[in-house]
Design a protein around this ligand. Structure first.
Ligand SMILES: [Zn+2]
Length: 324
């Protein structure tokens, strides 16, 4: 008999990663599918077809449960996907019930950042710590807050929307429609948008060449800042300042033991290394002394969404042992 597995499905705005994952967090097989998202019905069909295709080709033991990490608002207890901003989900979907009816196993849903945080709890820093913050900065900014070994969900499962904490009341416009949020200043997506907006004021910036060749990334902004490019210095130093404010406030507010981080914008280490000094020196004495550090997640950033989804499945599977 081959090793017991669950199926995890990480549904992003453009891609779906499906995989078979053991209780130790080993991914035995995985496959990436493109998502077709013209309408709600097409999106849901695309998700179902990806799962169907993966399970059809999977030749290990039958999955014990299915977990799905999704963007948007989810009620994990009821298994309902209410809405998403970057996928056209406008009316509630009873996705967990539909999947468990079809495949005759438990199915569970959660939002992708909460799912990644649950993977951190089970397979990452949670092995050593009960009190940590998982920070993810990529296109956007989000956080998972774990205290007393429990993920803080808030009243509607929305806790952790760190990207929309206010750092600069008259700052750039955020995708949420408000000004002042940290996300348009310090996320990868936000920094790229600000470069495009400000290029006209900096005719000599080396970022023009990146913008024209479609090679502009957070990493190229940081590299240009290090060589003295004034626009890159402005964008990156604004990002450092905004992110420092948010993290100093978080440390004072929540007194975490660790901050672990992941996401494409933090992958080259530049942004974290520049906020580290502030985060380790500016919070109150007791909160900063009890912060053991900021460190990269030990989970593979390309797999953390899939591991998070699998974690949801292990958490609802009776033999998997609940951690919540
Ligand atoms: Zn916002």
């Amino acid at each position: 008999m081959s090793e017991p597995v669950v199926i995890g499905m990480d549904v992003g705005a453009t891609k779906i990663l499906v995989g078979a994952v053991t209780q130790a967090g080993d991914i035995l097989a995985s496959r990436l599918f493109k998502i077709n998202s013209e309408t709600q019905a097409i999106t849901l069909r695309s998700i179902e077809a990806s799962l169907e295709n993966f399970i059809r080709d999977w030749n290990g033991s039958p999955p014990l449960a299915i977990g799905v990490g999704l963007v948007g608002q989810i009620d994990p207890k009821a298994g309902i996907w209410f809405e998403a901003i970057n996928l056209p989900i406008r009316s509630p979907v009873l996705l967990a019930e539909q999947l468990s009816d079809h495949y005759k196993v438990h199915a569970a849903l959660d939002n992708d950042v909460h799912a990644a945080t649950l993977a951190e709890m089970r397979w990452g820093i949670g092995k050593e710590s009960m009190d940590f913050i998982y920070l993810n900065i990529g296109t956007g900014i989000a956080a998972g807050l774990v205290f007393n070994g429990q993920l803080l969900r808030g009243t509607q499962n929305y806790a952790g929307e760190l990207g929309h904490t206010v750092v600069q009341p008259d700052g750039p416009l955020c995708p949420c429609g408000r000004r002042g949020c940290v996300e348009p200043i310090a996320s990868g997506g936000g920094m790229l948008a600000r470069v495009q907006e400000l290029l006209v004021d900096y005719p000599d910036s080396m970022l023009h060449a990146h913008a024209q060749s479609d090679s502009l990334t957070a990493h190229s902004i940081f590299t240009a800042a290090d060589t003295g490019d004034p626009l890159a210095i402005k964008i990156s130093s604004d990002a450092v300042q905004a992110l420092s404010i948010v993290l100093i406030n978080l440390v004072n507010l929540l007194n975490p033991e660790w901050i672990v981080y992941g996401g494409g914008t933090l992958s080259d280490g530049w942004l974290i290394e520049h906020v580290r000094v502030d985060v380790e020196s500016r919070p109150l004495l007791m909160t900063r002394k009890s912060l053991k550090g900021l460190l990269p997640s030990r989970l593979n950033p390309d797999q953390v969404g899939l591991l998070g989804a699998a974690c949801l499945a292990w958490n609802v599977n009776p033999s998997g042992g609940a951690i919540e």
